[in-house]
Design a protein around this ligand. Structure first.
Ligand code: ISL
Ligand code: CA
Length: 569
């Protein structure tokens, strides 16, 4: 395989959830000026690409993922001038900015939808997906929305239903209508002409729906059912993306990462193999499923995760994409609980386990994505009542489960464990009131542990998670093998240690990760043990074990060795 270098393969990306990042004007809501004020912080960390979640005009039913004006900035976040200044300053500091492209749906307040719903003969009627109810009554299909309840909403004005895979205030666009495709293309072009460096493409795997809108299988006769295969990763998604690529994306030097739940490596390659001309990489969800319980009522049921499942999944992605596609590696984002609470130990070993998880993400093949606060080890939150939460998905979940007869305690447990608001509490900048996020009243609860977990503290502590990230990022920039090297797992059946090598030409690295709080031993072959001379990074102090055939790892210990050149490996 011929190695093709590109900047987005070598980049480290940092995701910002603007509402919760930094508030510059005291209204309690993060904003663009708040981001601009923290560019030096991101630069110091070593970030190359900043992905900013939606900043566009929106009534905020889903915090900006419901867009009512694609070429306007959300009022609370500032103005287009603020954005231009932010982009220019980021570029000047050598960082790029990618934005969220949310085109599976719009807000119900988008002028297109207002016009579409006004009458059956509206010229914009077919911008959205309208259907009559079933002859026997009820919605056109039994499809369930991702945010609970039917995916169809009845609209009095015209007596038809519209489709919304997400909230009822996020009507799905009709990609079968050429005018919609043209509108999307011109929006994308407009932003790229402004000079942004690419897009994270929201829920793109859902833009095509099954022909004829069939019901999903429903053996239990439920009112609504998860109808995932009927609107996910269908072949038409790819023809839409190829057209978008041909007409717009291919004309710019940009980075594109699609959000595509429900794909394995083969499905993902369809989105990113070079001769497909679609996207550069995708976020898959397979590793996010390791703790999902599929029994009973499904959503937000959890089970303990096993390292063996994680190894199987990640090894599959590492090997099947090598030389053919490119991974986007993450443990956290704005839709997932905090990684250190979920896969690490957010109490006794918070620092060690946060560093361990970071080591993993930065030593795999693929572009690492850091989610705001992950670099200081921010944790989940458990608020007493559903009223304390803001997320529409949490609110709907609570309503639906209450109706199903779940006990309040059980519902809250699920929200504490899986709710998206875990990741959306304001960023901790300092130990000042409200974590230095705002001088006003924050839009959402601040995690009380900000007094000890915050940027100010982390920056001045040389042993902090922050400094460890800095070091990892620097390592990745100075070791091609960390970026491009071929992954090979060692001891796949070890229950506690995840170890692998990365190889590129004469270069070889060894990564050893203890994912739990025990002190297990990793046995190395003689060649590996002999060659493992240079410790590149570890989250513990390591003394004089070079050449040992057995490496005993401490709780959540991570080590990366560079192998001596020229050894037969
Ligand atoms: O629900 C899913 C898997 O668990 C995915 O299929 C789904 O595509 C994903 O949740 C979509 O998320 C994105 O779009 C949503 C928004 O609320 C999320 O924040 C965003 O990341 C609707 O725009
Ligand atoms: Ca503000």
């Amino acid at each position: 395989m011929e190695l093709k270098r590109t900047w987005w393969k070598e980049a480290v990306a940092y995701q910002i959830y603007p509402r919760s990042f930094h508030d510059s004007n005291g209204d309690g809501i993060g904003d663009l000026e708040g981001i601009r004020g923290k560019l030096d912080y991101l630069k110091e960390l070593g970030v190359d690409v900043i992905w900013i979640c939606p900043i566009f005009k929106s009534p905020n039913d889903d915090n900006g993922y419901d867009i009512s004006g694609y070429q306007e900035i959300m009022e609370e976040f500032g103005t287009m001038d603020d954005f231009d200044r932010l982009l220019a300053e980021a570029h000047q500091k050598g960082m790029r900015i990618i934005l969220d492209l949310v085109v599976n749906h719009t807000s119900d307040e988008h002028p297109w939808f207002i016009e579409s719903r006004s009458s059956k003969d509206s010229p914009k009627r077919d911008y959205y997906i309208w259907r009559e109810g079933k002859p026997e009554g009820g919605p056109p299909t039994n499809w369930e929305s991702f945010f609970s309840g039917s995916a169809w909403e009845y609209d009095e004005a015209t007596g038809e239903y519209y489709l919304h895979l997400f909230s009822r205030r996020q009507p799905d666009l009709n990609w079968e209508h050429p005018a919609v495709v043209n509108e999307v293309h011109s929006i994308v072009k407009w932003w790229l002409d402004k000079g942004i460096d690419g897009f994270r493409v929201d829920a793109i795997n859902h833009i095509a729906k099954a022909e004829g809108f069939p019901d999903a299988d429903n053996p239990e006769g439920r009112e609504t059912v998860a109808a995932y295969p009927l609107f996910s990763n269908l072949p038409k998604v790819h023809s839409h993306l190829q057209k978008l690529n041909r007409d717009v994306l291919s004309r710019y030097d940009i980075m594109t990462v699609g959000e595509t739940s429900g794909v394995g490596p083969e499905g993902a390659l369809l989105y990113m193999e070079e001769d497909r001309n679609e996207l550069n990489m995708v976020f898959h969800f397979e590793h996010m499923g390791v703790d999902a319980g599929f029994g009973g009522s499904g959503k937000w049921e959890t089970r303990p995760w096993s390292l063996s499942d994680l190894k199987t999944i990640m090894s599959k992605w590492q090997t099947e994409l090598h030389g053919r596609g490119w991974n986007a590696n993450y443990f956290s984002n704005h839709d997932q609980p905090r990684a250190v609470s979920r896969f690490g130990n957010d109490r006794k070993y918070r620092k060690e386990s946060a560093k361990l998880l970071a080591t993993f993400i930065h030593t795999l093949e693929g572009t690492p994505f850091i989610y705001q606060g992950e670099e200081i080890g921010m944790t989940n939150i458990a608020l007493p009542s559903v009223d304390d939460y803001r997320d529409v998905e949490i609110k709907n979940f609570h309503r639906a489960k209450t109706a199903e007869g779940w006990a309040e305690e059980r519902i809250m447990q699920a929200i504490w464990k899986r709710g998206r608001d875990n990741a959306r509490t304001p960023m901790h900048w300092s130990a000042a009131p409200n974590a230095g996020f705002t001088s006003g009243v924050p839009w959402f609860a601040v995690n009380p542990n900000y007094e000890t977990i915050n940027v100010e503290e982390a920056v001045q502590d040389p042993d902090s998670i922050f400094h460890y990230y800095k070091k990892l990022i620097h390592l990745r920039k100075t070791n091609d093998c960390l970026v491009y090297g071929r992954y090979e797992i060692l001891e796949p059946d070890h229950a506690e240690i995840y170890a692998y090598t990365r190889t590129m030409g004469n270069d070889k690295l060894l990564v050893a990760l203890n994912f739990f709080d025990g002190t297990p031993v990793l046995e190395l072959s003689e060649e590996l043990a002999d060659a493992a001379k240079q410790l590149l990074i570890s989250n513990y102090e390591v003394h004089g074990e070079n050449g040992a055939r057995e490496i005993r790892l401490r709780p959540y210990e991570a080590r990366v060795y560079r192998m001596e050149r020229g050894t037969a490996l």
